[in-house]
Design a protein around this ligand. Structure first.
Ligand code: BGC
Length: 758
C-alpha cells in the first residue's frame, strides 16, 4: 500500500501567480527575551493560526542567541562541535530544543537523498534519473512524483530541509552540473522544477530552489562575475526561477557562489532584496551556498537570511559578528527580525514543526517503481534508421559493449548530489578532479541482464570496450551490437569538451564498421558530440537513468514502452556553435594549475559576458541561423503523429488549438510544442520562444484536440524603464512543431498592448 502522503495534482504549464501570504511585520520584541519554559499548548502550536501569526508568537519568547542559532548552519561532516541531535548529512542549523522546535537537518537530494562520505549507516536511497532526465519527460506529474520520493525518503531519514531542486539554465552544455538541472528553457525548467519542489514539499519537507543565480558553469564558480543586461536576465534565467517559485512555492532559496554584476550573489541586493523579495514577494528564506557568505552587515542588509555551511566560510559571519552588528545597529533590528521570521514562518507553513521528520521505514520498491517510470519517460530515441528498434524478441545473438552494462547503470554525476544507491554499488571509481572526494558510481541495475531476460534463448556476449579489437570481434557475428557509452561529469569541474571520454568515439566507430546494426545507448550528463552518427543504426539517450535504469533501458529497446521523451537541451554539432566556444576561465585555470602546481588552483577572477542575452539554447541557434546536431524538443517515437486544424486566438495572449493524430500502427506518446514570436515588418519575426506544450498518449488512429494558452511572459519583453513586462501590440505567430525550429502548423493572431507587474 502506498503510505506516502498524496501529492496534489501537478500544475500545468500556465499558472498564474498565486496569492502569496502576506509577510507579517515582525515588529515584536526583538531585544533579548528571558528564557522561559512555555506554557502547555503555546499559541504558536495553534494550527488554526496562519504561519505568520504562529511565527510572530514564537518570536516573542526567543532569546537573541536562540534567534542567532536559526540564522547559521553547519556542515556535520566537518563540524567539530556537533550537538547530540546532529545527523550525518549536508547541513544543520539549530532549532529551539526547549520549545520543541526541531533543528533544520538539511540533505542534498536532486537525484535522491545523499549520504555525504558514506558516514551514515543506512540502507541507501532510491536514485532518481538525473535532473536533466526528469526534464526530458516534459511531464510535470512525473516531476512531482519524483519529488515526492525524495521528500518521503528525506522525512524517513529524519531530515526536514531538502537542498533541491536545481534550476540553473544550461547556457553551456559543458557545465559539470547540468545533470542536476532542468535544461535550457525557462518555461520547461520552471514548470518541471516547480513540480519537483511541490512533490518534495508534499511530504512535510522544505525544498530549496538553487543556485540563485547565474551559477551556470563550475569553472571559477567562486569568483566568476556574470554580466548580462537586466531585461535579458529577467527573460531567461530569472524567469526560470520565478516560474518555479510560483508553481512550487519552495520554502528556501539557495544563493550561489558566483558574482552577478560585480557583487557576490549572496550579498546582492538586486537579486535578493529587489527581485526575489521585492518584485516576486518571496516569503521564504535565503540560505547561502556552502562557503558562499562573504560578509555580515552587507550580506544581512542585502537579503541573505541564513549563513550555511559556515565551516567553508573560514569564519562565522552570522554568529558573534551578527549579534554585535544588531546590538550596534549596523544591521537594523527589523532586518534581523525579518531573517528570523522568514525561517520560522516557513517551518510552520511547510509542516516541519507540526509533522516532525522522524525515522521511518522506506518502501524502496514503491520508490524504485517511480524512479523507473521517470526513467522510461525520460529516455530519448534520437536515431532509428530503418526502424532497427524496437529489438525483435527473436534475436539469436547480441553483443553488448562497454559502460559496465554487464553490472549496472551510472548513478549520477559527482559532487554533493551523489546518492548512495539502495541495493549497493555494482562498480565505483574515484576521480581525482573536483574540490572534494568524487566518484563515478554504478548501481545494481544491469542493462545486460535485463536484455538477456527478454532473450532467454539468445547468446548475449559482453565486452567492456577497453580493447577495441575484442569489441569488434564480439560485434562482428552478432545480430545486433549495443554499445553503452558514458560521460561522467561532476560538481566543481566542467567537461573539458563535448567529446565522449576514454576513446569511446573510436570504439563506437570500429564496432559500427564491423556491424551496421549497431545501437548506441548513451548515459551522459548532457549533450555529447557524435562523429559516428552516420555509421550507427540507432541512438538512445538514457542520461543517468536511476535505480532501475537497466530495466528502463531494456523496456525502451524492446518497445515495451514507447519512447516519449524530448530533449530539454540542444545537442550542438561542435563547441564552435556555442556562444562561447572556449569556456570562460578554463584556459586561465589550467595555467594557474600549471604555474602553482596545485591541481585545485582556481583561475584568477574573470567576467562571463552573457552577450547572447536571453537567447539561451535553441533561441541562440535561431538567432545565428545555426543547425544543431539534435534540436531542443527533439525525440522520436515508435509510432508517428500528424498535427492538423490549427486555430489561434489573440487578445491578451495566444490561445492555440490543434488536433494530434496517431497515424501509426501502435500506441505511443507525443509532445507537440508551441513556439511563438512577434511578426515584424518585412515578414521577419522575433526569436521564437517555447510558450507551451502537451504530452499525450494516443491509441493507433486516435485523434485528440489540444488547447495551449501561452504563458504571457514568453511573449513579452522586460521593460526596465517602466519596471514591468510589456507585450507589444501586433501580430504574433504560433508554430506547432515536434521540436524547436520545426514548423508543422502555423497561424497568426493579434495581441493588444499591455503591461504587467514584474
Ligand atoms: C553545493 C550545493 C549543496 C551544498 C551542500 C555546495 O557545494 O553547491 O548545491 O547543496 O554544497 O552540500
Amino acid at each position: 500500500m502506498d503510505l506516502r502522503k498524496q501529492t496534489s495534482k501537478a500544475f500545468p504549464a500556465h499558472l498564474a501567480w498565486g496569492a502569496l501570504l502576506a509577510i507579517a511585520s515582525a515588529g515584536a520584541a526583538l531585544a533579548q527575551a528571558p528564557e522561559t519554559v512555555p506554557a502547555p499548548n503555546p499559541v504558536w502550536m495553534n494550527t488554526s493560526l496562519s504561519p505568520d501569526a504562529r511565527a510572530t508568537a514564537l518570536e516573542q519568547v526567543l532569546t537573541v542567541d536562540e534567534k542567532i542559532g536559526l540564522l547559521h548552519g553547519h556542515t556535520p561532516i566537518i563540524w567539530k562541535e556537533r550537538p547530540a541531535d546532529f545527523l550525518w548529512t549536508s547541513g544543520y542549523a539549530s532549532g529551539v530544543p526547549r520549545l520543541n522546535i526541531p533543528p533544520m537537518r538539511m540533505t542534498d537530494a536532486g537525484l535522491g537523498v545523499t549520504n555525504p562520505l558514506g558516514r551514515r549507516q543506512d540502507e541507501g536511497s532510491t536514485v532518481l534519473p538525473s535532473g536533466l532526465a526528469q526534464a526530458a519527460t516534459w511531464d510535470p506529474s512525473l516531476a512531482r512524483e519524483g519529488g515526492a520520493v525524495i521528500g518521503t525518503e528525506s522525512h524517513a531519514n529524519g531530515f526536514n530541509v531538502v537542498l533541491a531542486g536545481g534550476i540553473n539554465l544550461a547556457r553551456d552544455p559543458r557545465n559539470g552540473r547540468n545533470f542536476e538541472y532542468a535544461g535550457e528553457d525557462p518555461l520547461l525548467a520552471g514548470i518541471m522544477v516547480g513540480n519537483e519542489v511541490a512533490g518534495i514539499q508534499s511530504q512535510d519537507e522544505i525544498s530549496t530552489l538553487k543556485h540563485y543565480a547565474f551559477n551556470d558553469q563550475e569553472t571559477g564558480r567562486f569568483i566568476a562575475d556574470v554580466q548580462i543586461d537586466e531585461a535579458a536576465a529577467r527573460e531567461s534565467d530569472l524567469l526560470a526561477f520565478q516560474l518555479a517559485i510560483e508553481g512550487g512555492k519552495p520554502g528556501s532559496i539557495m544563493c550561489s557562489y558566483n558574482k552577478f554584476g560585480g557583487v557576490y550573489a549572496c550579498e546582492n541586493a538586486e537579486l535578493l532584496n529587489n527581485i526575489l523579495k521585492g518584485d516576486w514577494h518571496y516569503p521564504g528564506w535565503v540560505m547561502s551556498d556552502w562557503g558562499g557568505t562573504h560578509s555580515t552587515e552587507t550580506a544581512a542588509i542585502n537579503g541573505l537570511d541564513q549563513e550555511d555551511g559556515q565551516e567553508f566560510d573560514g569564519r562565522s559571519y552570522f554568529v558573534a559578528p551578527l549579534k554585535a552588528a544588531v546590538a550596534a545597529g549596523t544591521v537594523p533590528q527589523a532586518r534581523f527580525d525579518d531573517m528570523v521570521h522568514r525561517i520560522l514562518r516557513t517551518m510552520f507553513e511547510k509542516g516541519v514543526i507540526d509533522h516532525p521528520a522522524t525515522p521511518a521505514t522506506i518502501n524502496y520498491d514503491l520508490d524504485a517503481g517511480v524512479s523507473q517510470r521517470v526513467a522510461e519517460g525520460s529516455i530519448v530515441l534520437l536515431k532509428n534508421a530503418n526502424s532497427r528498434l524496437p529489438l525483435a524478441p527473436t534475436l539469436a545473438h547480441v553483443a553488448i559493449i562497454g559502460g559496465h552494462a554487464d553490472v549496472g547503470v551510472m548513478v549520477g554525476g559527482g559532487g554533493s548530489s551523489e546518492v548512495t544507491p539502495h541495493g549497493g554499488y555494482a562498480y565505483r571509481v574515484r576521480h581525482p578532479e573536483g574540490d572534494f572526494e568524487v566518484w563515478e558510481s554504478y548501481s545494481n541495475s544491469s542493462p545486460m541482464k535485463a536484455i538477456q531476460s527478454r532473450l532467454p534463448q539468445a547468446k548475449v556476449d559482453y565486452e567492456d570496450g577497453t580493447d577495441v579489437t575484442k569489441a569488434v570481434a564480439a560485434a562482428q557475428d552478432a545480430d545486433v551490437a549495443i554499445v553503452f557509452a558514458t560521460q561522467w561529469t561532476s560538481e566543481s569541474v566542467d567537461a573539458p569538451d563535448l567529446s565522449l571520454p576514454n576513446n569511446q568515439d573510436a570504439l563506437i566507430s570500429s564496432v559500427a564498421a564491423a556491424n551496421p546494426h549497431t545501437i548506441v545507448v548513451l548515459q551522459t550528463a548532457g549533450p555529447v558530440l557524435m562523429p559516428w552518427l552516420g555509421q550507427v543504426a540507432g541512438v538512445v539517450e538514457a542520461w543517468y537513468p536511476g535505480s532501475r535504469g537497466g530495466e528502463a533501458i531494456a523496456r525502451i529497446l524492446f518497445g515495451e514502452v514507447d519512447p516519449s521523451s524530448r530533449l530539454p537541451i540542444t545537442f550542438p554539432t561542435s563547441e564552435a556553435q556555442l556562444p562561447r566556444p572556449a569556456l570562460p576561465g578554463y584556459a586561465s585555470m589550467l595555467d594557474a594549475r600549471k604555474t602553482t602546481g596545485n591541481p585545485h588552483a582556481p583561475p584568477p577572477p574573470f567576467v562571463i559576458d552573457y552577450f547572447e542575452g536571453a537567447n539561451v539554447g535553441y533561441r541562440w541557434y535561431e538567432s545565428r541561423k545555426l543547425t544543431p546536431l539534435f534540436p531542443f524538443g527533439f525525440g522520436l517515437s515508435y509510432t508517428t503523429f500528424s498535427y492538423a486544424n490549427p486555430k489561434v486566438e489573440g487578445g491578451k495572449t495566444l490561445t492555440v488549438s490543434f488536433d494530434v493524430t496517431n497515424t501509426g500502427a501502435r500506441a505511443g506518446s507525443d509532445t507537440p510544442q508551441v513556439y511563438a514570436a512577434q511578426v515584424l515588418d518585412g515578414g521577419t519575426t522575433s526569436i521564437h520562444h517555447l510558450v507551451g506544450w502537451q504530452k499525450l498518449t494516443l491509441a493507433p488512429g486516435e485523434t485528440r484536440h489540444v488547447v495551449i494558452r501561452a504563458e504571457p511572459r514568453l511573449l513579452a519583453t522586460f521593460d526596465t524603464t517602466k519596471h514591468s513586462w510589456r507585450i507589444a501590440k501586433g501580430s504574433y505567430e504560433a508554430v506547432v512543431g515536434r521540436f524547436a525550429g520545426d514548423r508543422v502548423l502555423r497561424a497568426e493572431a493579434k495581441i493588444s498592448a499591455w503591461q504587467f507587474r514584474p
